[in-house]
Ligand binder design. Structure first.
Ligand SMILES: [Zn+2]
Ligand SMILES: [Zn+2]
Length: 753
């Protein structure tokens, strides 16, 4: 029977007092933990690992709420359910963070400290702050298997990284090359193509005339968006079809300021329509010019250094910052009379995703993954449906990108991360990739060796996440039961960064898909539809919402009106409405509890079901069926609607009935059997969405003398046994109700009838 305190339920649902209690209860009892259980249906999700530098934002809140709903639903269905949690070392982001701290506290740079000492500091920082986001996730009520928490730089994940690097290297799929790559002069590292954000900047087109050497008084005018690069020009190209310039091809130009003589060449790559149709070629500072430089064997002159300062090659501009140089150089051109005009010109400029500064294409030596041979398997498995995107339209986004994929630049000039496992020998010049740290050259035995200075792109290790977290390269029972994972839940903004690369690595190393479904959601925007951002100051802190309204309210709010793959907006009004709704459930439960003292707790007697009982059971069952259908097709937002809003199978109506009818029929004998079942069962429809409140209600409802024992409360979380929520619908034509029992028992009753 109920404890006394259960009868003194506060009038208003107080999330703060409930959430901590239940989360602890769930954790203490190990309800989130999964062990391998042979022969059992498995369901698994790997969490998109949040960065250790991260703070919980609305995107995380949505992403993890959706995962938690799926996870809890599968637990309730009795599946062996694993939610693998962990976090990401976030190479560049973390390094920048710690560098800032050291700068502020000690006025030192990482170079002052040296690699070893700096890394020591990062680990200390990680131990201190790295768990912050994990604890914030717990506030949201997510039921990850925390005993299995992984880190992209823990021993096992690092071993997986080594194995993959060496294996790809041995297959010739990882190589070192000198290329023009995206370079951030601020972060001082190379970036992959997708780490560069292209934004339209209001820039200019500067029209500059270069005198033709062979024809005194004749000029060729070029247009450029980056005049400072002209210091590194080694040719001007025109289209061979261009009648304006045909006679000039093969002649030469005298570059203003440097007075260098450069050739006029013809290349069909040149766009006749753009600018003047004559294009300056700077192989060291533009990817297209770089290619053209190779085609025409042009010299490559580096005038902008890795630090964004002009080099010695820039002559009198040496030592100037790139934009300062631009300003001064334009002024000089004007004075020389070589500046024809300046036109306003908005164009896409690449910015560093991390720090926002303008990315400079620079030539450097980097490590690359050869993508072309790896792509086929990762596309095939999506095209033949082994892995399905939800919604389906993202399949095209994915395959389209994969078709045009370029080699992946994986080296970063940073220290925090997986250091490239390659050693160079000073004696014999050999280069070795190794699964274990080398102390001597495998070829000549010399100990005069050193390891590559660079670290790997952070996404290299997260690409292995679905199997590295389960113990690969060992063949573990965990992998055996839970790989491929069932669903990946993620935002559309990281399909290329992460989803694609996991598919590539999964197919290459596991020879199997990493996940059966990719459930894509959109972004959470502000009420005006703007992206939440620091610079706009329009971000809403999920923890604040939880503090004020409770985790259930936030969770429920985030899924109402959410459709797969689409952005949603955050409205405080909706938060309020959700809170009010939650209070209604609360009050209904409270009301029931206050009115059922002294009622026996025998199982429901089916023979006593009245017409109204049958009606409400039918309603309940219809709702359960719909909820299940929606859940299995990822229409979770729809579900929030179904369970609580839409007549006729709506909770609102039922709840109203409960409240109204209970008024004078508070004893079981008076209420009828159906009401008990309904009150007890309805929360099950919602338990995965709003677990705290439902737990609390169930506690209350479990005092209702319907066979809900402590074990059943546990089952709501654990579902060691199948619950009534599982679709069990047997409709008898002449009867107007559906039994909500499991099918066997229902069939038994039907037979009896
Ligand atoms: Zn940067
Ligand atoms: Zn050697």
């Amino acid at each position: 029977m109920c404890e006394q305190q259960e009868h003194n339920i506060p009038k208003v649902y107080d999330p703060a007092s409930v959430e901590k209690k239940w989360y602890k209860y769930w954790e203490d009892n190990g309800y989130f933990h999964a062990e391998v259980e042979e022969g059992k249906d498995a369901f698994s999700i790997v969490i998109p690992p949040p960065n250790i530098t991260g703070q919980l934002h609305m995107g995380h809140a949505l992403d993890n709420t959706l995962q938690d709903i799926l996870i809890r639903w599968h637990r309730m269905m009795g599946h062996n359910t694993l939610w693998m949690p962990g976090y990401d070392h976030a190479g560049l982001a973390t390094q920048i963070k710690v560098e800032e701290v050291i700068k502020k506290e000690e006025n030192k740079t990482r170079y002052d400290l040296g690699r070893e000492e700096f890394l020591k500091r990062v680990w200390i920082w990680k131990d201190q702050y790295g768990d912050r986001i994990i604890n914030q996730l717990k506030c949201l009520g997510v039921s990850c298997d925390w005993d299995r928490k992984r880190f992209t730089m823990d021993e096992g994940c690092s071993q997986a990284v080594r194995e993959v690097f060496c294996s790809l290297y041995e297959k010739g799929l990882i190589y070192k090359g000198t290329r023009i790559t995206n370079w951030c002069v601020n972060c001082n590292t190379a970036l992959s193509d997708i780490e560069v954000e292209h934004k339209d900047d209001a820039g200019n087109l500067w029209y500059i005339q270069y005198p033709v050497v062979e024809e005194e008084g004749t000029f060729l005018t070029i247009a450029t968006t980056r005049p400072e690069t002209m210091l590194g020009d080694t040719a001007v190209a025109v289209n061979p079809e261009d009648p304006r310039y045909g006679h000039l091809v093969g002649k030469h130009l005298r570059l203003p300021i440097t007075d260098r003589i450069i050739p006029i060449i013809a290349d069909s790559y040149v766009d006749l329509e753009f600018g003047t149709g004559a294009v300056k070629i700077t192989p060291a500072h533009d990817p297209n010019d770089y290619e053209m430089g190779i085609r025409h064997k042009l010299p490559s002159i580096v005038v902008i250094g890795m630090n964004g300062m002009m080099t010695e090659e820039a002559g009198k501009y040496a030592g100037q910052e790139r934009y300062e140089c631009r300003k001064n150089l334009v002024k000089e051109l004007q004075e020389l009379g070589n500046l024809v005009k300046i036109e306003e010109h908005a164009h896409a400029v690449g910015h560093c995703q991390r720090c926002g500064s303008v990315v400079e294409p620079l030539v450097s030596t980097q490590w690359f993954v050869k993508m072309e041979p790896l792509v086929k398997a990762a596309v095939d498995c999506v095209e033949d449906g082994r892995t399905k995107f939800v919604p389906e339209r993202f399949t095209k986004t994915y395959t389209g990108w994969m078709e045009n994929i370029r080699d992946w630049c994986i080296s970063r000039q940073i220290w925090w991360g997986h250091r490239i496992p390659v050693w160079y020998c000073d004696e014999c010049g050999e280069m070795h990739a190794s699964r274990t740290d080398l102390t001597a050259c495998p070829k000549c035995g010399s100990t005069n060796i050193y390891q590559d200075e660079d670290a790997l792109d952070t996404w290299f290790s997260s690409a292995l996440w679905p199997f590295s977290t389960m113990g690969w390269p060992e063949k573990t029972p965990l992998l055996n039961q839970f790989y491929p994972t069932s669903v990946l839940v993620t935002g559309y903004d990281i399909i290329f960064f992460w989803v694609a690369r996991m598919l590539i690595m999964g197919m290459e190393f596991m020879k199997d898909i990493p996940f059966e479904k990719v459930f894509i959601h959109g972004l959470v925007r502000d009420s005006q539809g703007r992206k939440m951002s620091k610079s706009l100051g329009n971000g809403i802190d999920p923890l604040e919402v939880i503090d004020q309204y409770g985790a259930d309210t936030l969770r429920f709010m985030l899924i109402t009106g959410n459709t797969p793959g689409n952005d949603m907006r955050f409205y405080w009004e909706r938060v309020e409405a959700t809170r009010n709704f939650a209070n209604k459930i609360w009050n209904a439960s409270r009301f029931v509890l206050m009115n059922i003292e002294g009622v026996d707790d025998n199982p429901i007697d089916r023979d006593k079901l009245t017409l109204v009982d049958k009606w409400i059971l039918n309603q309940l069952n219809e709702t359960a069926k719909l909820v299940n259908e929606n859940m299995s097709t990822f229409r979770i937002g729809e579900n929030a609607h179904v369970a609580f809003n839409d007549p006729p199978a709506d909770f609102d109506t039922k709840e109203a009935y409960i409240v109204v009818n209970l008024d004078d029929a508070c004893k079981r004998q008076q209420m009828g059997e159906g009401w008990f079942a309904t009150i007890d069962d309805v929360p099950k429809q919602a338990v995965s969405m709003t677990p705290y409140q439902i737990m609390q209600c169930r506690r209350i409802v479990s005092c209702v003398p319907y066979p809900v024992k402590a074990e059943a409360v546990k089952n709501t979380v654990l579902a060691k046994e199948t619950t009534n929520l599982v679709p069990a619908t047997l409709l008898k034509e002449h009867s107007d109700f559906i039994l909500y029992l499991d099918e066997d028992s229902a069939a038994g009753i039907m037979a009896k009838e």
